[in-house]
Design a protein around this ligand. Sequence first.
Ligand code: NAP
Length: 490
Amino acid sequence: MTEQKQALFTIFGATGDLAKRKLYPSLFRLFKKGELADNFAVIGTARRPWTNEYYREVVLESIKDLMNSKTEAENFASHFYYQSHDVSDSSHYVNLKDLGEKLRKQYKTAGNQVFFLAMAPQFFGTIAEHLKSENILTGEGFERIVIEKPFGTSYDTAKSLNDSLVKVFSEEQIFRIDHYLGKEMIQNIFAIRFGNLIFDNLWNRDFIDNIQITFAERLGVEERGGYYDHSGALRDMVQNHTLQLLSLLAMDKPATFTKDAIRAEKIKVFEQLHNPTDDELKKFFIRGQYHSGTIEGKKDISYRSEPNVDPESTTETYASGAFFVDSDRFRGVPFFFRTGKRLTQKGTMVNVVFKQTDSIFGHSLQPNVLTIYIQPNEGFSLSINGKEVGEKFSIAPISFDYETDATATGASPEPYEKLIFDVLNNDSTNYSHWHEVRASWQLIDRIEKLWAENGAPLYEYKSGSMGPTASDDLLADYGAEWVWKPEPKN
Ligand code: NAP
């Protein structure tokens, strides 16, 4: 039987987009599964002067597609309380404290508290300080804080944010969200790697030629131009998601399948990330920006013409490159990555390209490739060489596919649901440790600096393509090519 959790959740930014689109539906899913029942309450806070009644209507609206019965949904929403609050105003924390004390008793939450910071990062430090100075933290039960991305915009900003948090919370209490880590197939990497003798034994530089990580988006920046123009693909997608995924692919086998053992192995990978020389930096990392193009008969505008984007912007909407890990397991093996907007097709995947076997057939053979599909489809496929049916002996790659459309089956938990579940269970496996964030920023800062000083070309690429050809050339230098080459649809 599911053990029901006891906790008071305080959501900062309760009127915002993230809370409505992700947090309320995910809490409701946990409620429906019995993970949350009688002993939980939620305080939503933001500046808007909402009432409890109005707040509950907003919550009900956000879960309307998930509800089986009105009674169940209303029961869930009855646990929600709204407190108007400006996080920069110390006097407002008094009301928050009083309401928290009342709800902790009313719902018998055992003093457990989870704080979600679903608002802009510049407020995180001030919120953490006030939680301590206003005695909202009582030390009675567990007290955990969940932080949204981005965790800083450089090493310096990440460090000062972290410094302000660790004055109040220990590393074990801080959960830095990378929602990709909650995805079903990212979690499946553990099962594939460590649950199969063939992969467990072959997962190293003797057998793997290269690993390719693709985060391709079909859409452009949409309404996020203002934010994106100050961020770019490298900060938005590579510092966090790409390097986190890389760490799961590159890590050594943990002694046990426990959060501490997994974290230790992940941190080792971040510490072994190859620090490129200046020449390598120029060679290994490629940036691009989309210009207009036609896809399926529809014309896309260029990045510089997007709303809230500087018409002379040099922000990259595409980043690609090769990371290396200086470990015994993977020294010298390129981890190629590419991520970009307005590419040919949406798709997140990993291709593990194995080395070619010595051929006795008089011609070279295709390498074996293990593909892990992360989104929109979920699954994996393994391509091996086999004999084509017929009198002639000819060899062709055959693909074993297991692919499931998660949205169609609805079987996969939403990443945020999984992540909230993990917070309640004190499982930080799928969250980023400070050492990981620190090491990733230190490397990303070097690339950012080179690009800011115009030390590398900014390639244009056509909307609807798979990015600049410079990225293909980088792989060609290693005798490799991108495995996934979706056909452009003009
Ligand atoms: P948003 O829609 O702009 O919401 C911001 C929230 O902060 C609102 O509830 C706003 O409410 C509140 N707020 C602003 N200033 C405040 C103050 N001084 N005191 C108290 N409350 C204040 O932003 P969002 O999209 O939900 O994003 C929140 C965070 O999650 C950001 O860090 C973002 O980068 C991150 N994130 C969001 C998504 C997503 O899907 N939306 C995905 C990944 C990461 P009032 O105006 O009523 O005060």
